[in-house]
Write a protein that binds this ligand. Structure first.
Ligand SMILES: [Cu+2]
Length: 483
């Protein structure tokens, strides 16, 4: 188990030691990790989310004004069937328009919840979501153009479990909050009074806004209690910009069983799992023999050419503790052996003859670009415009998209589809990118194969964009119809 001193050393590295306020010392009485409340719609076929404002006292000193769905910060975990329609009701009790994008749901453009489908202040949205896809861990978040970064930062996000009820047969843990843990990972910036702040300066808006503390499910430095067996972690990187490089202390493997859009055929043991903003991964961790453990993230690798001191590299570049796990003998051990096969699938699409499109993710780094507000970021030279359709795509046709990123790594997300990563910098994809994906971290160049099965009209098109939210809001986004 990590000691109090180790924790302070880690947190302190983030806060700059000299400025470490005394109240941090009092904050080490750790709370047990809480799961987001489970909102199970598998039987009812309906759910309701209410966006509202509240106050949260994260550090036990000064409270922060936060937003959330059905609770003060973040939203419930929605459990949905992976097959069949579900009736959603979104009530916006805020004084500002929001949207709810179903990130990872493969559904038509007119219920996708993107920037063209705002829910007005005090308004209501009642889409029917026709779900028909593989079981997966996906999520939902606000997606108003130009406001996604601050709105998600304040708390408008939550996780969705798509389930077919067959996890016992697969040998996968599925007892919510006991051996099946949902972990919303976010770095957040706190001021000396313990308030969560969002005040991006010029470097922040270029590189993306990074925090000095890691939160799990909206909690600062909680402790997870786990059974002495196999535990499933459903990981979501809901940070605005930080690329996580996750590992267990002492090299205990993370057994990858699922990527963004579905389960793999069999577990893949990883020492380190890179999880970019918006990516999800399901991993199994074995607590049967080794006992207690600690999940950590290494330094943010995404400092690009700006890296180092100029951009306050020290704050960005410290590794951070994420979550200690304590084995609790009172918890039931349901699964103690790693499953051999889990019956998922890996994409194997035909790339020959597929029409090719090129996407260049651009930072506009000239002096003119650097000091120009709103139009710094673009794709193929075009910053996002609400009234400009960038592509028209044919339904049921496999396409090959070649994505090139400038200056730094960019997590590229496409709405309305699960895709195959065909290559990364001309080589076969790394192990963690061989499953079905909806977001891929472009580190130079990536090629993806994708085929749309639903339509999106020119009026309510699908989006593709960088999921560093400050880049997205700044214009690194495009939109396309499918018919
Ligand atoms: Cu980007």
């Amino acid at each position: 188990m990590i000691s109090k001193r180790d924790f302070l050393a880690t947190a302190g590295a983030g806060l700059a030691l000299a400025a470490l306020p005394k109240w941090v010392l009092a904050a080490t009485n750790r709370q047990t990790l809480k799961m987001p409340p489970l909102l199970d719609a598998t039987q009812t076929g309906r759910f309701e989310l209410q966006a509202g404002e509240a106050e949260v006292n994260f550090w036990g000193r000064k409270p922060t004004r936060t937003w959330g769905f059905n609770q003060p910060y973040l939203g419930p975990t929605l459990r949905l069937r992976n097959s069949g329609s579900v009736q959603a009701t979104i009530k916006n009790n805020l004084n500002e328009e929001i949207s709810v994008h179903w990130h990872g749901l493969i559904i038509p453009g007119n219920v996708d919840g993107g920037p063209h489908q705002p829910v007005a202040a005090k308004g209501v949205w009642t889409p029917v979501l026709p779900v028909e896809q593989m079981p997966a861990t996906i999520w939902y978040h606000s997606h108003i153009h130009g406001k996604t970064a601050p709105q998600v930062y304040r708390g408008l996000a939550g996780v969705i479990h798509l389930t077919d009820g067959q996890d016992d047969a697969r040998g996968l843990p599925s007892d919510y909050g006991v051996d099946d843990l949902t972990l919303v990972l976010q770095d957040r910036r706190f001021d000396r009074r313990g308030r969560m702040i969002y005040d991006p300066n010029m470097p922040d808006s270029m590189m993306g806004f990074a925090g000095n503390v890691m939160m799990v499910n909206g909690q600062i430095s909680p402790v997870a209690r786990v059974p002495r067996g196999l535990v499933r972690l459903r990981l979501l990187n809901a940070s605005n910009a930080r690329v996580l490089t996750l590992s267990m202390d002492e090299g205990r493997p993370l057994h990858l069983v699922g990527t963004d859009s579905g389960l793999l055929k069999a577990p893949v043991a990883l020492k380190t799992l890179v999880l970019a903003p918006a990516e999800r991964a399901e991993v199994l961790v074995d607590f049967s023999n080794a006992g207690n453990g600690l999940l950590v993230t290494g330094p943010n690798p995404n400092t690009g050419m700006m890296g180092g001191g100029m951009m306050g590299g020290r704050r960005r570049n410290s590794g951070l503790e994420i979550l200690p796990f304590i084995v609790d003998e009172s918890l039931p051990v349901r699964i103690s052996a790693l499953p051999g096969q889990i019956g998922g699938s890996e994409p194997d699409m035909v790339s020959e003859g597929a029409p090719v499109r090129h996407f260049s993710l651009e930072m506009g780094m000239g002096m003119g670009g650097m000091f120009r507000r709103g139009g710094r970021f673009s794709i193929n030279g075009k910053p996002f415009r609400m009234n400009r359709l960038n592509q028209t795509v044919k339904k049921d046709v496999t396409e090959r998209w070649v994505i090139t990123g400038q200056m730094m790594m960019h997590p590229f997300h496409v709405h309305g589809v699960a895709f195959q990563v065909l290559s990364e910098n001309g080589r076969p994809p790394q192990a963690q990118n061989r499953g079905w994906k909806d977001t891929v971290l472009v580190q130079g160049q990536a090629e993806i194969l994708l085929r749309f099965v639903h339509a999106a009209s020119p009026e309510i098109p699908y989006m593709y964009h960088c999921h560093i939210l400050e880049h997205e809001d700044g214009g690194m986004m495009g939109q396309f119809s499918v018919s």
